[in-house]
Design a protein around this ligand. Structure first.
Ligand code: PLP
Length: 354
């Protein structure tokens, strides 16, 4: 159907048209079918998406082998993070996270006045599940554990078997919020989604998913929560109602049906990753094994300086992620954008600037 190129050619980046490798967006643009669906939805957007919302829930339920009562549609997964933290917040509730992870969880937990327990990481920022377990066991009240898998900014997967064993052990008064925003990019066969645990009836897990990444729909704001029907009822008290963006819902429905685009989205990300890994190898920059649409790599200079050198060439790369000093998160753009970026990095190296 849609013939899409393996490697694109790009115009030379400029101030008006930079290469954006700073927000883990999907540079491909949406599926052409999703674009058409969104555009035609504009003409109906004076109405609420009453008919389409249940269709999207059904499509997602089918995708996960569950029934629609297990699904709550949200405005991106951000709303899922916020509402699920809200649903379990209260007195004597700690929010447990690894020391290096996606910041929204901590930000929302702060709004709800939860004490934050940060678990120090192992080598290469790996999750220390034994320390997580100890922090939860020692806490006298409730624990909300927020795990991003694969993690952001590290791009690595969590020790899945250990996490699943921990969830199955049902630690007292503990809810696991598992954010799988990047799961569709994973190549490592050791990765496992926790959706199967929800299917098996575990009610101590909330799984968060998004259309922002593999579906390339970040600006249309569609995500969803997957959890037991009781947990969905609880969380739904903290969203503004399932009144989603009409264009987003229609685009998401079309995108779910576009297996060709989803495969293409994954393949081009794999190609972009290879291009980036090759230049990082060549320049001797250490990086973590990426299972996502971004790479976390070490740099030899100050991050602000590194960012500026690239920005001067109209390439935006990731921000600082304390406590990871002298690391940079670079999002994977199109293969053409990565070839361009790789050449800029080579050039900067030849000038001894990086
Ligand atoms: N979760 C993770 C791990 C993310 O990296 C992001 C965005 O970068 C989000 C959630 C939020 O994305 P959205 O609200 O667009 O689904």
């Amino acid at each position: 159907t849609n013939v899409l190129p393996a490697v694109d050619t790009i115009a030379t980046p400029s101030l008006e048209n930079p290469v954006r490798l700073n927000f883990n967006e999907n540079a491909l643009g949406m599926s052409p079918n999703a674009q058409k669906a969104a555009i035609s939805a504009v003409n109906k957007a004076n109405r609420y998406a009453k008919a389409e919302i249940p269709l999207l829930s059904q499509s997602l339920a089918k995708h996960h082998n569950l029934s629609p009562e297990y699904i709550l549609l949200t405005a991106g997964s951000s709303e899922g993070i916020r509402s699920s933290i809200a649903a379990w917040s209260g007195e004597n509730t700690q929010f447990v996270i690894p020391e290096l992870t996606y910041g929204d969880g901590e930000q929302f937990a702060n709004i709800f006045n939860l004490p934050i327990t940060k678990i120090p990481s192992l080598k290469d920022w790996a999750f220390d599940i034994d320390s997580f377990r100890a922090a939860v066991d020692q806490y006298p009240g409730r624990s909300i554990v927020y795990l991003v898998n694969p993690n952001n900014p590290t791009s690595t997967i969590a020790p899945t078997a250990q996490i699943i064993e921990w969830i199955r052990s049902k630690p007292k008064d503990t809810i696991f919020i598992v954010d799988e925003a990047y799961a569709e990019f994973v190549n490592d066969p050791n990765f496992q989604s926790v959706d199967t645990l929800i299917e098996q009836g575990y009610d101590n897990i909330v799984l968060l998913k998004t259309f922002s990444k593999i579906h390339a729909m970040a600006g249309l704001r569609v995500g969803y929560v997957l959890a037991s029907p009781n947990n969905i009822k609880n969380i739904s008290q903290f969203v503004a109602g399932e009144k989603l963006n009409y264009c987003g819902v229609c685009a998401a429905l079309a995108s779910m049906e576009d297996a060709d685009f989803l495969a293409y989205s994954k393949q081009t990300t794999d190609t972009s990753r290879q291009i980036m890994e090759q230049v990082l190898d060549e320049l001797g920059f250490y990086y973590l094994p990426s299972q996502t649409n971004f790479i976390f790599h070490q740099i030899g200079t100050d991050l602000a300086q590194y960012q500026q050198l690239l920005q001067d060439k109209h390439i935006f790369v990731g921000r600082a992620f304390p406590p990871a000093d002298r690391w940079n998160r670079i999002s994977l753009g199109t293969p053409g954008e990565m070839l361009y970026t790789a050449n800029v990095l080579r050039q900067l190296r030849s000038q001894n600037l990086i």
